[in-house]
Design a protein around this ligand. Structure first.
Ligand SMILES: *Cc1c(COP(=O)(O)O)cnc(C)c1O
Length: 378
C-alpha cells in the first residue's frame, strides 16, 4: 500500500489487500513491465484483428492449445465459450444471440460447479441443465442429460465442495457423443503448469483470469483451445457487433495481458511460494499469541489440493475461551480501520483467512499489530 494521488483526488483510500486476487479488492497489482508495455501500446494505432491474432499465437504457444485469444476476464471468456458452442460461426445465429430459440442451446453443468459464474453462459442465451449433487455425480447422469439440444458440457476447476466427475471422464463421455467441453479454470494460476495441464486433458475450450495470479490487467482473461472453437469465439467477440461486443478488450489490455503472461511463465513460483508461506507462518505465529484467537498457516488451500495449487494462507478462528468480539466483528473492525485491511471471511473455514499472496512489504506487521489492538482494546 502506498500513498497515491490519483486515488486521493477521488477521495479513495488504498487498502491492505489480504484477501488474494479477488475482484472486489481490485485483483492484482500489475508488474511495472506490464504497465510500461501498456503505456507503449497506447501510443500507436494498430489493426486490432492482427493484434488479436498475434496475441492468440502467444497464448497458444504458452498453453499448448491450438489457438487462443485475449478476453475481458474469464467471465467474458465463458460467455464466448457458450456463444462459440451455440452459434458457432453462423452469422445468422451469431446475430440472434442471446435469443437461442430453435438452436442447440443447452449447457450441461455439474450441480457442484454452480458457484455463480455460470451466469456468464446464460448471458449468451444458454439454458443450463444440472447434473448430480455436491456429494456425487455418476456417468449415467451425464450420459442421460446429453440430447440433441446439447450445445456443450461445462466444467469448472476451482474451489468447490466436490462431487463432480473427473474431467477426463467428462471429456471422454461428451466427445463420444459429439458434444464439446468448455472449461472455467479462472483462478487456477499459479502454478504456471496449470496453463497446459487442463488443455492437455482434451477439452475444446479453457479459460483463465488474466487479472488474478497472472497479474495482467484486472479486466483481462485468456481463452484457449481448439482452432475451430477459437475462430467461432472470435466471431462472437468485439470488434464485431455480436454478443461479446460489451466485453471489448483494448489494445493496451491485449498487450498488457501478453506481457504479464510471458513474465508469469518465467516466474519462480517455488521460491515465491516459500516466501508466501514464511509470511503466513509469521502472521500465524503472531496472531496465535493474541488472546481469544487461534491461527494456523496452511501451505495450500485444501479445496484446491486436487490440482496441487499451493497458495499458502492463514486460517484465523476464535478459540473456545470467551471473548466479547466475534470473528465477524473482528473482520468488520479490520475493514473499517485506517488503513482498511481486507481479509476473506468464512470461506470454507468457519473463521476467516488472510492471504499473503497480495501483501506488500511491511503489511504483515501492520496486520498483526491491528489484530492485536482490536482484540485487546478495552
Ligand atoms: C474469478 C473467477 C471467475 C471470473 O473471472 P474474471 O476474470 O474475474 O471474469 C470465474 N470463475 C471462477 C472459478 C473464478 O474464480
Amino acid at each position: 500500500m502506498s500513498s497515491n494521488s490519483v486515488y486521493s483526488r477521488l477521495g479513495v483510500r488504498p487498502i491492505i489487500n489480504a484477501a488474494s486476487w479477488r475482484s472486489g479488492v481490485s485483483g492484482s497489482l500489475m508488474p511495472d513491465a506490464v504497465v510500461k508495455a501498456m503505456a507503449e501500446a497506447s501510443r500507436s494505432y494498430v489493426d486490432i484483428y492482427e493484434l488479436n491474432r498475434k496475441a492468440g499465437e502467444v497464448i497458444a504457444k504458452l498453453t499448448g492449445a491450438e489457438a487462443g485469444m485475449v478476453t475481458a476476464g474469464a467471465s467474458a471468456a465463458m460467455l464466448l465459450e457458450a456463444a462459440a458452442c451455440i452459434a458457432g460461426k453462423d452469422p445468422a445465429k451469431i446475430s440472434r444471440l442471446p435469443d437461442t430459440e430453435g438452436m442447440k442451446n443447452e449447457i450441461i453443468i455439474h450441480h457442484a460447479h454452480r458457484i455463480g459464474y455460470e451466469i456468464n453462459f446464460r448471458a449468451a442465451g444458454a439454458k443450463l441443465v444440472m447434473i448430480g449433487d455436491t456429494h456425487h455425480t455418476t456417468e449415467w447422469m451425464l450420459e442421460s442429460a446429453i440430447n440433441d439440444r446439447t450445445a456443450a458440457v461445462a466444467y469448472v476447476i476451482g474451489p468447490r465442495p466436490g462431487g463432480a466427475l473427473p474431467m477426463p471422464e467428462v471429456v471422454r463421455i461428451s466427445h463420444s457423443r459429439g458434444v464439446p467441453v468448455i472449461v472455467d479454470a479462472a483462478s487456477m494460476l499459479p502454478p504456471p503448469e496449470n496453463l497446459t495441464r487442463f488443455v492437455a486433458m482434451g477439452p475444446d475450450l479453457v479459460c483463465f483470469s488474466g487479472g488474478k495470479g497472472v497479474r495482467g490487467p484486472q479486466s483481462s482473461g485468456i481463452l484457449c483451445g481448439k482452432k475451430e472453437f477459437i475462430e467461432a469465439a472470435t466471431l462472437n467477440a468485439s470488434p464485431y457487433a455480436a454478443i461479446g461486443r460489451p466485453a471489448k478488450v483494448s489494445k493496451e489490455e491485449i498487450v498488457g495481458l501478453v506481457t504479464a503472461l510471458e513474465l508469469f511463465v518465467d516466474t519462480d513460483f517455488d521460491a515465491l511460494t516459500r516466501k508466501w508461506l514464511s509470511m503466513a507462518e509469521y502472521i500465524a505465529s503472531e496472531v496465535a499469541k493474541v488472546p481469544g484467537l487461534t491461527a494456523v498457516a496452511e501451505p495450500g488451500e485444501p479445496e484446491h489440493l486436487e490440482f496441487d495449487t499451493t497458495l499458502p494462507r492463514v486460517v484465523v478462528k476464535r478459540d473456545s475461551s470467551k471473548h466479547r468480539l466475534s470473528t465477524d466483528d473482528l473482520v468488520d473492525r479490520m475493514a473499517s480501520g485506517d488503513p482498511s485491511i481486507r481479509v476473506v471471511n468464512k470461506l470454507f473455514t468457519g473463521g476467516f483467512f488472510i492471504s499473503p499472496v497480495t501483501l506488500q512489504d511491511g503489511e504483515p506487521e501492520i496486520i498483526v499489530r491491528r489484530i492485536r489492538e482490536i482484540m485487546t482494546a478495552r
